[in-house]
Design a protein around this ligand. Structure first.
Ligand code: NAP
Length: 254
C-alpha cells in the first residue's frame, strides 16, 4: 500500500453511521466502506438494502441496527448492545430532522422532536460510544452539522438551535477527549439534494435564490461528502480536532 493509501485507509476498522438508509448518511457509509471499513448502519426501520449493497460492493460487511433517535432515553442502552458485538472505531452522527415553520407558529412539540433527534440523541450516542474510544485510547467522531451551525436560516428555529449546539458539542468533546487520542470533528454540508431539502427544491423561488448564492453554481450531491468523511475518519486527520469543516460549494466564503 502506498503511503497516501495507508494514510486514508480504514481497513480493519468499523464505522457506525446513523441515518445511513438515505441521503448523506448512505453516501458516507458507502465512502467509508470504499476506504476499507465495515459499517454498522443505524436507522429506525425501513429498507436498508440499497446502502447494504453499496457497502458490500466494496467487499466490506454491513450490519443494520435499529435505534429510534427520537427516543434519547433508549439510545445508550441500544448503543451498548451494538458495542457488545462490535468495536466502533468511527462514529458518524448523521441522522437529523428538520421542521419548517415561522417562529411564532413553531410548536413546542416540533421543537422537542428536532432537539431530541439532532442534539439529545447525538449526545447520548456520542458519550456512550465515545466512552469506549476513550478507554481504548483511539477513535474518530464526526457529526453532521450544517451551514445553520453558523447562520440563522429561515423558518427553522429548532433546527438552527440544534445545529449551533452540535458545533459547540463537537468542540467541547474535542477538548475533553484529545488527550485520549479521540478526535471529534463536524462536517457542515451546504445545500445538498436529499429528502431534507426536498421542500426547498420544490419551491421554484427559494430554489433559485439558493442556487444563485452558491459560488460553485450547483447543489451538492451526497457523494461530495465522501472525501471529507474519509479524511476525518482516517489517520490523515489525527491532529485535526474540534473543527467544523464546511463542504458547501463556497457558500460561507461569499
Ligand atoms: P435525509 O435523507 O432525510 O436523512 C436523514 C436520515 O436520518 C434518514 O436516514 C432518516 O431515516 C434518519 N432519521 C430520522 N429520524 C430518525 C430517528 N428518529 N431515528 C433514527 N434515524 C432517523 O436527509 P439528509 O440531508 O441526508 O440529512 C442527513 C444529515 O445532514 C442531517 O443531520 C441533516 O440535518 C444534515 N444536513 C443536510 C443538508 C442538506 O442540504 N441535505 C445540509 C446540512 C445538513 P428515515 O428516512 O428512515 O426516516
Amino acid at each position: 500500500m502506498t503511503y497516501l493509501a495507508k494514510l486514508f485507509s480504514l481497513e480493519g476498522r468499523t464505522a457506525l453511521v446513523t441515518g445511513a438508509r438515505t441521503g448523506l448518511g448512505r453516501a458516507v457509509a458507502a465512502a467509508l466502506a470504499g476506504a476499507g471499513a465495515d459499517v454498522v448502519l443505524v436507522g429506525h426501520g425501513g429498507d436498508f438494502s440499497q446502502v447494504t449493497e453499496e457497502v458490500q460492493a466494496h467487499g466490506r460487511s454491513a450490519y443494520v441496527a435499529e435505534i429510534d433517535l427520537a427516543e434519547p432515553g433508549q439510545v445508550a442502552g441500544k448503543a451498548a448492545e451494538i458495542l457488545a458485538g462490535h468495536q466502533i472505531d468511527v462514529l458518524v452522527n448523521n441522522a437529523g430532522i428538520i421542521r419548517r415553520a415561522d417562529a411564532v407558529d413553531h410548536s413546542l412539540e416540533d421543537w422537542r422532536a428536532v432537539l431530541s433527534v439532532n442534539l439529545d440523541s447525538v449526545f447520548e450516542l456520542t458519550r456512550t460510544v465515545g466512552a469506549s474510544m476513550v478507554r481504548r485510547g483511539s477513535g474518530k467522531i464526526i457529526t453532521i452539522a450544517s451551514l445553520l451551525s453558523f447562520q440563522g436560516g429561515i423558518r427553522v428555529a429548532a433546527y438552527t438551535a440544534s445545529k449551533h449546539a452540535v458545533a459547540g458539542l463537537t468542540k467541547t468533546l474535542a477538548n475533553e477527549w484529545a488527550a485520549s487520542n479521540v478526535q471529534v470533528n463536524a462536517i457542515a454540508p451546504g445545500y445538498f439534494a436529499t429528502d431534507n431539502t426536498a421542500a426547498l427544491r420544490d419551491d421554484a423561488r427559494r430554489s433559485q435564490e439558493i442556487l444563485g448564492r452558491i459560488p460553485s453554481g450547483r447543489w451538492g450531491s451526497p457523494d461530495d461528502l465522501a472525501g471529507a468523511a474519509v479524511f476525518l475518519a482516517s489517520s490523515a486527520s489525527d491532529y485535526v480536532t474540534g473543527h467544523v469543516l464546511a463542504v458547501d460549494g463556497g457558500w460561507l466564503a461569499r
